[in-house]
Design a binder for this molecule. Structure first.
Ligand code: NIG
Ligand code: FE
Length: 404
């Protein structure tokens, strides 16, 4: 198997030990698509010392970033609602008036597969420019069995066009479509659950999500969906406590959810439930920022309970119109007071955990995939500190350096 040696770099391994797992003057060996060795160049084992080194010329190397919460397949945009919200209308008011998610549903249903894919690829390219190697993509703008499956088929197609791994999430329980007005229990049975079974049979689903909220679905309805997910052997995650405290994170923990996401209204004492089940807290500062939210997620309680915290863009046309994971990291620091190290862990190690991919991604360690990001940055703090710009020099994909 092909072996490659990389030197002339600082490695933020995110594998423990020093802050960031930092190794100055590092050497990294990839064997095929996996990391075979990482450490100080002066400690490089004999077996590898005859390999011709690729000199990364002083770059910073981190694990490739992982986007663990996105809604990046959708039709249209909601720029007009942006103006309405700036004029004083709330996200909730717009949703209740039939706008919000439902206006994106109409635009998504109208869009062709080609248009959905083309617009998604633009957002994927933005994420790739931030060194992202894995992107989670949710359905949730189709809201019929066929349309939800179509969204996930389009999401899967992304892998044929870009060097990225896509993880698909069934989020039919995102909003109630007009044709099911006043019949939300029927919608859960006939679309969310019946569709999930069909999508699973077609191999379209990696995980199951829901929007547990007053403008979404009740905990009882989410429970029903989670029971079917469990029966099908699919992991679950949940949009929980974004706008109010319905104890969604407690419910998610009961089902050993991979993650509970948003969490602005999580009661601090509920963090222990997440810690016990190993449920990752996915923080979405882009939505907090866009909705001008003032209620902060209980970061100290999460940290204190030992809950792993991830950071994601929540890329979507309504509550988080953004496609930069590094910007989300910067926001997580400035708005939520994560440390830059927590923010990078949130976009690597803990994001991998939120997708059930800890064995493969999220840190530079022997046995994990040689999927790395190579940066023009002197120190990993810089990745969260500097907003925007093109800091990525290239990616190591399947053990091979690809300059941008
Ligand atoms: O994660 N909260 C529900 N879902 C998305 C918003 C989707 C939309 O507004 O289109 C979120 O914030
Ligand atoms: Fe979301």
């Amino acid at each position: 198997m092909q072996e490659r040696l990389f030197t002339g770099c600082t490695a933020a391994t995110m594998a423990g030990g020093a802050p960031y797992g930092l190794v100055e003057d590092a050497a990294i060996v990839a064997r095929g698509d996996a990391v075979a060795w990482v450490g100080a160049r002066t400690d490089l084992p004999e077996d590898f010392s005859t390999l011709e080194a690729v000199d990364l010329q002083g770059a910073l190397v981190t694990p490739a970033l992982i986007e663990c919460h996105s809604h990046l397949v959708f039709g249209g945009d909601r720029a007009a609602e942006f103006a309405m919200r700036l004029g004083g209308a709330s996200y909730e008011e717009i949703a209740r008036a039939g706008g919000g998610i439902r206006s994106t549903v109409a635009a998504t249903r109208e869009a062709s597969d080609e248009d959905l894919l083309a617009s998604a690829l633009r957002r994927v390219d933005d994420l790739l420019a931030d060194g992202v190697a894995v992107i989670e993509v949710k359905s949730g703008y189709g809201l019929s069995v066929e349309q939800e499956m179509r969204m996930l088929r389009v999401a899967r197609q992304i892998e044929q066009h870009r060097p990225v791994r896509i993880m698909t999430t069934w989020l039919a329980a995102h909003a109630l479509p007009p044709e099911y007005a006043e019949r939300s229990d029927d919608y859960i049975e006939e679309v969310v659950i019946a569709g999930l079974r069909q999508a699973k049979a077609e191999g379209l689903v990696d995980a199951v999500d829901g929007f547990c909220e007053n403008i979404g679905f009740t905990p009882a309805q989410v429970r029903r969906v989670f029971e079917v997910a469990r029966e099908l052997g699919l992991p679950v995650k949940l949009h929980a406590e974004q706008l109010s405290d319905l104890k969604g994170a407690v419910l998610a923990s009961e089902f050993d959810a991979l993650s509970a996401d948003h969490l602005e209204y999580l009661a601090p004492e509920d963090a222990v439930h997440m810690a016990k089940s190993g449920t990752v807290a996915v923080l979405l500062p882009g939505a907090y920022f866009t909705l001008r939210e003032t209620q902060l997620p209980p970061i100290d309680a999460l940290r204190g309970a030992g809950v792993r915290m991830a950071v994601a863009t929540d890329a979507n046309p309504g509550s988080s119109p953004m496609s930069s994971l590094r910007l989300a990291m910067g926001m997580a620091c400035t708005l939520f007071r994560l440390t830059p190290e927590e923010a990078l862990a949130g976009a690597t190690r803990n994001a991998a955990a939120a997708l059930g991919l800890s064995g493969e991604y999220g840190s530079i360690e022997p046995g994990k995939r040689a999927e790395l990001a190579v940066w023009d940055a002197g120190h990993p703090d810089f990745l969260s500190y500097w907003l925007g710009g093109n800091l990525l020099r290239g990616r190591i994909i399947d053990g091979e350096f690809n300059e941008r």
